[in-house]
Design a protein around this ligand. Structure first.
Ligand code: SER
Length: 337
């Protein structure tokens, strides 16, 4: 009898821990596209609802589970999805990136910050158990120490994107302390991927260089050769995000947003690596308005708190990442011709 009770208890516990009903808001963005598919592989297609205001949905997403159109401004629509699909876990990824945010700061504020607040309010009302929200290295600014930037440090960003990230981090901490909500977050570095293009970020050159190298064997980089920024390959970012979301709550000591790091390199070092793998490739440099944004961000990040609290560890260095990018992106671009 006792054994039966134990078994039922364990089965329920495992189900509760590992089989969440998930809503991904911003499922068609740079992170969402890959994260949604990975969550569906992990928990089952029907358990992960993909939501976006950017249609059409990519085929892969549409065919593997529920897809819904709504805007983060629309709290009623959000409530309806959460109730209908019994959502207990939300990944709120809807966001404008740094360069696009500077073109339309009002829209960046609406989507990035009001969108987050709407999500937190609806989640609280509906009793959602766990929420993920991405912050960024953009939360830092020119007054932040740039090398090995600490977890707790000066946050005085100069972009609207950065302002929404700092305010968003504090909002997450406020809601977790005031209402006991379980909200988790990381400060992503620049993310590099061959699946979904970033669009509108300052770190986009580290992705564009691969596209242009494969297509034209040359690239004109919009930041100077000595520009160093923290970067990460998308598979590491996805793995890290899910690891944080599955970590026991009592292990987490940061309720704003965890520093998360992998690799730091200069634009020149990246170009040299691409040229090594693709002989004949050349890169020149024409810095534009994004240079000032890049110069206001850290060069490297101290993520020891994430490593200590929930076992974060990156796997991809510059060479492994570059090899994998070229190997996977080449057939994709050749098929598009
Ligand atoms: N990749 C982002 C950007 O460049 C930073 O979070 O805007």
């Amino acid at each position: 009898m006792l054994l039966r009770i134990y078994n039922v208890f364990m089965a329920t516990t495992i189900k509760v821990i590992f089989m969440p009903n998930v809503l991904v808001i911003g499922a068609v963005g740079q992170i969402g596209t890959e994260l949604t598919m990975e969550l569906r592989r992990r928990y089952g297609g029907q358990k992960v609802v993909a939501a976006t205001r950017k249609t059409p949905f990519p085929k892969e997403l549409e065919q593997s589970g529920p897809c819904i159109f709504f805007d983060v401004a629309d709290k009623e629509a959000m409530k309806k999805v959460i109730t209908e699909h019994k959502i207990d876990t939300i990944y709120q990824l809807a966001s404008l990136l740094s360069a696009t945010g500077e073109k339309d700061p009002d829209l960046a504020f609406q989507i990035n910050l009001i969108g987050l607040k709407n999500t937190l309010d609806v989640a609280r009302e509906c009793g959602v158990k766990r929420i993920f929200w991405p912050s960024s290295i953009a939360a830092f600014g020119p007054t932040t120490p740039r090398d090995n930037t600490p977890q707790r440090t000066v946050l005085e960003p100069t972009t609207m994107y950065g302002v929404t990230k700092v305010a968003g981090e504090l909002l997450c901490q406020y809601y977790s302390k005031k209402y006991g909500m379980d909200i988790r977050s990381v400060r992503y570095p620049g993310l590099i991927s061959y699946k979904a293009e970033p669009g509108g970020g300052t770190t986009d050159y580290s992705v564009a260089i691969f596209y242009e190298a494969i297509k034209h064997k040359k690239y004109t980089c919009f930041v100077g050769p000595e520009t160093v920024l923290p970067m990460m390959y998308m598979p590491d970012a996805i793995r890290g995000t899910i690891a944080l979301m599955e970590a026991p709550r009592e292990k987490l000591t940061v309720h704003t947003s965890y520093n998360l790091a992998a690799i730091s390199f200069s634009a020149k070092e990246l170009a040299a690596e691409v040229a090594r793998l693709m002989p004949g490739f050349t890169c020149d440099y024409k810095p534009d308005h994004r240079q000032a944004i890049a110069d206001s961000w850290p060069k490297s990040i101290d993520d020891s708190q994430a490593r200590q609290d929930w076992g974060w560890k990156h796997e991809y260095g510059l060479t492994r990442m570059s090899e994998d990018m070229i190997k996977n992106l080449t057939p994709i671009l050749q098929n598009k011709k």
